[in-house]
Design a protein around this ligand. Structure first.
Ligand code: MOS
Length: 708
């Protein structure tokens, strides 16, 4: 029988938003702790078999012979897939995904064969016995400005303009050089090649039933992946089904489908009637699921004696793969951060024989905040100005390149609030003068920013059930970010019912379509669809619905989208201690203050912000994928050699936010918090290292050799 509870009340506006903003514990916490939340590889299957991939051992060339004899004779081996026997794909337009379609090798670590066996161990052992001969060709696998051939991509990632120009930067630099009180700064900064390395390796289970394909895949976007794979296999979208209720981290590497998902489906095709389970090894993840390109950033700043910028320039040089373009939009933040009449930004790429780069937390904004925010610190020092004050003086009243007003811009408030909480006001600006025993001590600051990205096309459905609960369906993804929790909070308030009256379902293409968990847009886009569906439900069915009543709605367009520039802002403050003898850098204190619109859940928000800051700390001190250009090999392709900031590296870390009411960004007033924490952090660390030691480091990670 139906139980009717609070929903027969008329909505009280003051009672709304009682769940949004609450410190709600994670909806999935208990299941995760008890091991009841299945990750991709763990979904139970009947009579599964297991695939293991063989990767190319040369960076460029052609396969001339494949010997699978020894592999086939291993106990438990069912079949071996190679470029000679694998099924032809319907679409090979995406060269990253078009695996086993021909003998060409485009980078070292590309999938060139796979073994399917009764056990993962047998598959792995047999994979080691596959013998492949290559005709190797000359290759270029290392980005070298001055040597690598550069080209101008048509656009940067996300449709960003490749170049931008306002006024005359060269003239502004010359004028600043000629004026004895002014400063013209022209320096080049480096960020390393880095890899996402989520805890859960990329994994896919593929099941064919006739011409229907079901994939259990660790994904930031079940519909996005479904659509792409349907195209690759030439299937109607309705024939491909993807399931992904839980994700053990992604950071962008699960934002677009990669070759392993195609391989799982190809392998399952070769063993009719049986599901194939396939997980990449940690080592294989280094070449198959994307990474952040290294960047070389020429930053130019021209400023008068008062610190006001007259010119800003950013020229980014990056790599992409020869077979598929990815143009990291690293000059983007320079276009928005500070006011100056003369401005110029460019992106140039080298197409190399390397794995395909892709999204990594705050693509563009993260590397692109590094050079400029270190340059601002250098400028402050040369002008004898406090670096917080320099940034405040150059705050932009409107978006510098488009002239649009900001929907809200609270960079200055973040700088002031962060400085207050950190205790910045007593800072002695002189570098290299504080010492405790063998530790040199310093503090640094940098700004952070991230755009409010919009993605059209998410749909939410609300249905009233016969037990008095509302079922809310949307194929969103929770990467550990808190989507399970915050979407239920948003739904509860939108329906004006208690949180525990909402049953949320996400992560399945059987549910209404959702856009990618990326670009820090998920909560706002999915949440806006949920709000719209709840409003439609109430309009249709009132506050006394009957079981089965339902409504469905799409994320509405934003009427303010074209009128305003929309960004979240923040400021990071860092204390470092540098060992005077060894150059070891420790970070006892890391504090961020952010303005990111309405915070839906302080618990999950804090986790996202400190997670981003920790990843920025990792970029500053630890993460660097090293290429051996002789062999096109990513040398340190495992977690023993690729260092990531761990608990012991993070001591006092704090994320704060200011109350920000932005009525223009979306009905929730939320700007997105997944990525802003990583932007700026590495620059703040490097600026603190300068303050501690007197050494100006212009490339991350700050390894010992750069400090000593
Ligand atoms: Mo994030 S790199 O937008 O998944």
């Amino acid at each position: 029988m139906t139980t009717r509870t609070s929903e027969s009340r008329t909505p009280d506006p003051a009672a709304r938003l009682r769940t949004v903003g609450a410190d709600q514990e994670r909806a999935d916490a208990r299941d995760k702790v008890l091991g009841r939340a299945p990750y991709a590889f763990e979904h139970p299957m009947e009579r599964p078999c297991y695939a293991h991939a063989v990767l190319s051992a040369v960076p460029r060339g052609r396969i001339t012979a494949v010997d699978t004899e020894a592999a086939r004779q291993e106990d438990g081996v069912i079949t071996v897939l190679t470029c000679e026997n694998a099924e032809r794909l319907a679409s090979t337009d995406d060269a990253e995904l078009a695996i086993l379609q021909g003998p060409e090798v485009a980078f070292r670590g590309q999938i060139v064969a796979a073994v399917v066996a009764e056990t993962p161990e047998a598959a792995r052992e047999a994979a080691s016995l596959v013998r492949i001969s290559y005709a190797e060709e000359a290759h270029a696998s290392e980005l070298k400005p001055g040597e690598s051939e550069l080209y101008r991509p048509e656009t940067a990632n996300g449709g960003a303009g490749t170049d931008s120009e306002l006024g005359d930067l060269d003239a502004a630099m010359e004028a600043a050089q000629a004026d004895p009180g002014a400063i013209a700064l022209d320096e080049t900064y480096l960020t390393a090649m880095t890899h996402c390395n989520p805890m859960e390796p990329h994994a896919t289970i593929a099941v064919w039933q006739g011409d229907e394909l079901t994939l259990y895949d660790s994904s930031q976007s079940v519909h996005g992946h479904r659509d792409t794979l349907a195209e690759v296999f030439g299937l109607d979208r309705a024939r491909v089904h993807m399931v992904c209720p839980y994700v053990g981290g992604g950071f962008g590497s699960k934002g677009e489908p990669h070759a392993h998902s195609v391989l799982a489906a190809l392998a399952a095709r070769a063993v009719p009637g049986r599901p194939v389970k396939f997980a990449l090894t940690r080592q294989q993840m280094f070449t198959l699921v994307g990474y952040r390109t290294p960047t070389y950033q020429r930053v130019r700043l021209a400023a008068g004696a008062d610190g006001r910028l007259t010119g800003i320039g950013m020229d980014a040089i990056e790599q992409t793969s020869r077979i598929k373009e990815f143009a990291e939009q690293s000059a983007n933040p320079t276009r928005t951060m500070y006011a100056a009449p003369h401005r110029r930004t460019t992106h140039r790429l080298a197409a190399l024989d390397v794995p395909v780069p892709s999204w990594m937390r705050a693509p563009g904004e993260c590397p692109g905040m590094f050079g400029p925010e270190v340059a601002m610190d250098e400028l402050a020092e040369r002008l004898g100005l406090d670096p917080v004050e320099l940034r405040i003086r150059n705050d932009a009243p409107s978006d510098p390149e488009t002239g649009k007003p900001f929907s809200s811009r609270n960079l200055v408030a973040c700088l002031r609030e962060g400085a207050r909480r950190f205790g910045w006001q007593d800072r002695d600006p002189r570098p290299g003068v504080r010492r405790e025993g063998r530790w040199l001590i310093g503090t640094g600051v940098a700004s952070s920013a991230y755009p409010v990205n919009r993605q059209p096309g998410s749909v939410a459905a609300v249905q009233y059930r016969d037990d008095g609960c509302y079922r809310v369906d949307i194929a969103a993804a929770d990467l550990g970010t808190g989507a399970w929790t915050v979407l239920a909070q948003i739904a509860a308030d939108a329906l004006d019912v208690p949180y525990d009256r909402v049953e949320l379902r996400i992560g399945d293409t059987a549910l209404p379509k959702a856009t990618v968990a990326g670009g820090s847009s998920g909560t706002a886009m999915w949440g806006s669809a949920i709000v719209a569906a709840a409003e439609m439900f109430r309009k249709r069915h009132g506050h006394d619905p009957s079981p089965g009543d339902h409504a469905q709605a799409e994320t509405p367009g934003n009427p303010h989208a074209e009128r305003f520039a929309m960004h979240a802002f923040g400021a990071q403050f860092v204390e470092v201690r540098v060992d005077a003898d060894t150059g070891e850098v420790r970070v006892p204190r890391l504090l961020g203050a952010f303005a990111a619109g309405r915070i839906i859940n302080p618990r999950t928000a804090r986790s996202q912000l400190i997670g981003g800051m920790t990843m920025g700390l990792s970029m500053a001190l630890h993460e660097e994928t090293v290429t051996d250009p002789r062999y096109g090999l990513l040398v340190n392709h495992d977690l023993a050699n690729y260092h990531i900031t761990a608990n012991a590296d993070v001591q006092r870390i704090e994320a704060h936010w200011i109350d920000e009411d932005d009525p223009y960004v979306n009905p929730l007033g939320a700007k997105g918090i997944g990525e802003i924490g990583i932007t700026g952090t590495a620059a703040a660390v490097v600026n603190a290292v300068r303050h501690a030691t007197g050494v100006r480091v212009r490339g991350v990670p700050v390894t010992l050799d750069k400090v000593l």
